[in-house]
Design a protein around this ligand. Structure first.
Ligand code: CP3
Length: 366
């Protein structure tokens, strides 16, 4: 278990104050000296250091080689000066031990060759090989060792492990590639309750093991990506998604780490997403942070939510937008500064660094 995870044990509440990073403390809505900041997709194609590695290795090679995945993770966190490092991996990695082949096609994203659309295919998915995902834990181990000590400002960097949420992963299994309308996913959901339940059960089972591997070696927090849950109506989210996501969140929390639950286009779903029991809800940029937090409700943190395209804007706009997000958070405990979704390719690195500086300047708490 990580230093921070140990500090979270209920028997030692005071250790949390002494031992945790400001990032973990914010996840638990504890007081911090300033708002912590990190970015979705902080290690990615916008960054020349990442592209230099990508020249020689495929995305999956990077994910599956702990030395390289750790290096990419560390380089991004140090270059940007953020308060947390998210492990370099991908949402779809659990598909391989489940017996589902996929590949990343340049410019198109992930493609599953034989989409899962029948009960028979769901039955064939395996849940007994999740230990094969252990290379992600090996990467985390290296990142945790690198960031074990305090940084120059005395704070310990937070280490984020992650996995997909059952709905978003199911949608990648069922559609051929990235989808807009999730027609096939909805067809299975509506027409074959047995197949849908079994698929969601199997995903939760694999994801719990995957998260456990990450927590055991030093992930301080687990972020659960439900990137495409926003495609669902509230009623469908409630009927086909919530129970399994709640189960996953609950099981991860039992491991002794806070959970951040993130989705895109979720303004209408926020209060229902809160019912999963996550410690922090990630907001996209479409909802003003204060309104989003109101919808999430008291007693839960929020992460976000600068529009990633703001990173292309000139200094005055950048300053104004960063301050707006901080003003909307109003110094409340439990805010983690981030973008509303991932950094896009072509984003100037210096603007990303500038946002970190602005948060450090304007996000101080008394
Ligand atoms: O720095 C980090 O954020 C850590 C690394 C990370 C990757 N994928 C590496 C990656 C993380 C956290 C993910 C999560 C992920 N993967 C999500 C959820 C996040 C979100 O955006 O909502 C999703 C939906 C996936 C599946 C996936 N992987 C897609 C749809 C794509 C293609 C998108 C694109 O921009 O082309 C990927 C590829 C991918 N995963 C890249 C990276 C850095 C870019 C492609 C590359 O390097 O070749």
């Amino acid at each position: 278990m990580s230093h921070n995870a140990i500090a979270l044990s209920l028997e030692e509440p005071s250790a949390v104050t002494l031992g945790s990073s400001r990032f973990v403390r914010a996840c638990l809505r504890q007081p911090v000296d300033r708002t912590p900041v990190w970015f979705l997709r902080q290690a990615g194609r916008y960054m020349p250091e990442y592209m230099a590695v990508r020249k020689h290795h495929s995305l999956l090679d990077i994910c599956r080689t702990p030395e390289i995945a750790a290096e990419v993770t560390i380089t991004a966190a140090e270059r940007l000066g953020v308060d947390a490092a998210i492990i370099f991996a991908d949402l779809l990695l659990p598909f391989t031990p489940m017996g589902l082949d996929f590949e990343f096609v340049a410019g198109e994203g992930p493609i599953v060759h034989t989409p899962v659309r029948s009960l028979e295919q769901v039955r064939a998915l395996r849940t007994d090989r999740a230990d094969e995902l252990n290379y992600v834990a090996r990467s985390i181990e290296k990142v945790a060792a690198h960031f074990a000590g305090p940084r120059a400002d005395g704070d310990v960097l937070g280490i984020i492990g992650f996995c997909g949420a059952p709905f978003t992963l199911a949608s990648y299994m069922i559609e051929v590639g990235s989808s807009r309308n999730y027609i096939e996913t909805n067809k299975l959901m509506y027409s074959d309750g047995v197949a849908w339940s079994l698929l969601m059960d199997k995903l939760v089972s694999v994801l719990v093991t995957f998260a456990q591997q990450q927590v055991e070696v030093g992930a301080d927090v687990i972020q659960i990506f439900d990137s495409w849950a926003g495609a669902l109506s509230v009623a469908d989210y409630r009927q086909y998604c919530l129970a399994w996501t709640k189960q996953l969140v609950g099981r991860v929390k039992e491991m002794g780490v806070p959970v951040i639950y993130f989705g895109v286009d979720t303004a209408s779903l926020l209060s229902t997403m809160r019912e999963t029991g996550a410690d922090v809800i990630g907001l996209d940029w479409r909802v003003p942070l204060d309104l989003g937090w109101k919808a999430v409700g008291e007693g839960c943190g929020v992460q976000g939510n600068l529009d990633p395209i703001t990173l292309f804007a000139p200094e005055d706009v950048l300053q104004r937008r960063v301050r707006e997000v901080l003003d909307e958070a109003a110094g409340r405990q439990g805010h983690i500064f981030n973008l509303g979704h991932g950094i896009v390719p072509g984003t100037p690195v210096e603007n990303v660094i500038r946002v970190v500086e602005l948060v450090k300047e304007h996000g101080r708490h008394e």
